[in-house]
Write a protein that binds this ligand. Structure first.
Ligand code: 5GP
Length: 120
């Protein structure tokens, strides 16, 4: 799928849409989700024009994708989630309800998160 430079997260990266950033480095930013699904709900995204989801990743992406996971753990630690625990979720495609076509990880915590999947 071609990258849509006007997707919400691209616009957040360009500061065209305000966000509450909680973390940034050369490759990634993390910000508070506008509609939190847990007491702490952060969204971690790569800068630039990454694949739209995990489905678009290949061998050339192994290094930065690994660093994204390392960043997710570090951001959870900085958010104070390490003791209680947390969940990291990549929504990929329709059945997962993915809305924004820019690969991202949800970092959820701050209370009992319940079962891993809703619905059925
Ligand atoms: P997805 O469903 O694509 O995995 O997750 C997209 C997430 O982005 C949703 O949890 C949604 O609440 C969040 N979101 C959508 N628009 C905005 C926005 O303008 N600002 C922020 N901070 N989060 C947003």
């Amino acid at each position: 799928m071609a990258y849509d430079p006007d997707n919400v997260f691209a616009r957040i990266l360009r500061d065209e849409i305000p966000s509450e950033r909680v973390y940034e480095d050369d490759e990634f930013i993390a910000f508070k989700d506008i509609a939190p699904a847990a007491p702490v709900h952060l969204v971690l995204i790569p800068r630039g024009e990454p694949p739209t989801s995990l489905a678009g990743l290949g061998a050339a992406d192994v290094a930065w994708a690994g660093r994204m996971l390392v960043a997710a753990g570090e951001i959870a630690r900085l958010a104070g989630l390490e003791d209680g625990g947390y969940r990291v979720v990549f929504n990929c495609g329709r059945d997962a309800g993915q809305l924004v076509p820019h690969i991202h990880a949800h970092i959820l915590g701050g209370g009992d998160l319940g079962a891993i999947a809703g619905g059925n």
